[in-house]
Design a protein around this ligand. Structure first.
Ligand code: IPM
Ligand code: MG
Length: 359
């Protein structure tokens, strides 16, 4: 049986970076006989323009029937005036929720070749290798009630709700503890339990689940402190587990530790390791269409797909090694460029990875 990958390039730089990832994956598919087939569909603003909705039923069906989803990015200024319900971002959130992709893995690894590209001092970031496990289908992103309405006094009020059930916390806790077991066995749960009752529950469920994993050292940290610690001494962390919105914010911070947000891949998994794979960066409309975006986060997302959904660790490692070799050869897209390097385009970087794979 061929394994089907739904390819959703999306908006902005999405199509450019996805093309490079597919180039790399297609080569491996043939070279290693992986039996993958690809099918494209529209999402986000591109889908809205064509069908009036950011998540057409055909796209959702394709994703449901596929073994994995590869996504570029969604959104852009063109669609900002739209009502929230049809914004491009809703397409992405819709897939996460409809496919039950509750466990979002965001590894932040500093490639030694990029130590100069980070805005932090080399001694603070060199050797950095941390994993953020973000809860992805609950919390304030999805909680009801939500919206803006006119109150009795005629004033407008806006509301979003941060809500977590014990079972939602428990399942992300198990994901995170299992990942920590395979790494350095340190898990830091990030919350705001000093202020928010919902995260007080979060903390107590984390502690309870921790009893099943006596080999993992569990700690707790408030989110404001965690943000500070990430830039002060990021190497103290092994695995961080946190709620949807805190994870969104902390993973952007973690990304900058690695030199560029263009380097961070992600996997969003359901209970059976079916997943959607996407770079954590957005659609970067300011540089879209110029061929200068960094495709490495998307290429590394494909490596995660091979590892987590298709159980092909060798293929995943081949991609990761090829990315390393490409960086060794001193080619750099603009976001990770520093003096003495060779500046390349999006496809130039894709080719460098491909050549390393072939070589
Ligand atoms: C991310 C993005 C998304 C999020 C947006 C595009 C909806 O920022 O994947 O981190 O907030 O989850
Ligand atoms: Mg984000």
């Amino acid at each position: 049986m061929p394994k089907k990958i739904a390819v959703l390039a999306g908006d902005g730089i999405g199509p450019e970076i996805v093309a490079e990832a597919i180039k790399v994956l297609s080569f491996l598919n043939t070279d290693m006989n992986l039996g993958l087939v690809f099918e494209n569909a529209l999402i986000g603003g591109a889908a809205y323009d064509a069908f009036g909705t950011p998540l057409p039923q055909t796209t959702l069906n394709l994703c449901k029937n596929a073994d994995a989803v590869l996504l570029g990015a969604v959104g852009g200024p063109k669609w900002e005036p739209l009502a929230h319900a049809v914004r491009p971002e809703r397409g992405l959130l819709g897939i996460r929720s409809e496919l039950n992709l509750f466990s979002n893995l965001r590894p932040a690894i500093l490639y030694p070749q990029l130590v100069e590209a980070s805005t932090l001092k080399p001694e603070v970031v060199s050797g950095l290798d941390l994993m953020i496990v973000r809860e992805l289908t609950g919390g304030i992103y999805f909680g009801q009630p939500r919206g803006v309405h006119v109150a009795e006094n005629g004033e407008k009020v806006g509301i979003n709700t941060k809500i977590y059930s014990e079972s939602e916390i428990r399942r992300i806790a198990h994901s995170a503890f299992k990942i920590a077991q395979k790494r350095h066995k340190k898990l830091c749960s990030v919350d705001k339990a000093n202020v928010l009752e919902v995260t007080e529950l979060w903390r107590s469920v984390m502690t309870e689940v921790g009893k099943d994993y006596p080999d993992v050292q569990l700690s707790h940290m408030y989110v404001d402190n965690a943000a500070m610690q990430l830039v002060r001494a990021p190497k103290q962390f092994d695995v961080i587990v946190t709620s949807n919105m805190f994870g969104d914010i902390l993973s952007d911070i973690a990304a900058m530790l690695t030199g560029s947000i263009g380097m961070l891949p992600s996997a969003s998994l359901d209970a059976n390791a079916k997943g959607m794979y996407e770079p954590i960066h957005g659609s970067a409309p300011d540089i879209a269409g110029q061929g200068i975006a960094n495709p490495l986060a998307t290429i590394l997302s494909v490596a995660m797909m091979l590892r987590y959904t298709f159980n092909q660790p060798d293929a995943a490692e081949r991609i990761e090694r090829a990315v390393n070799s490409a960086l060794d050869s001193k080619v750099r897209t603009a976001d990770i460029y520093s003096e003495g390097m060779t500046k390349v385009s999006t496809s130039g970087m894709g080719d460098a990875v491909l050549n390393a794979l072939k070589g």
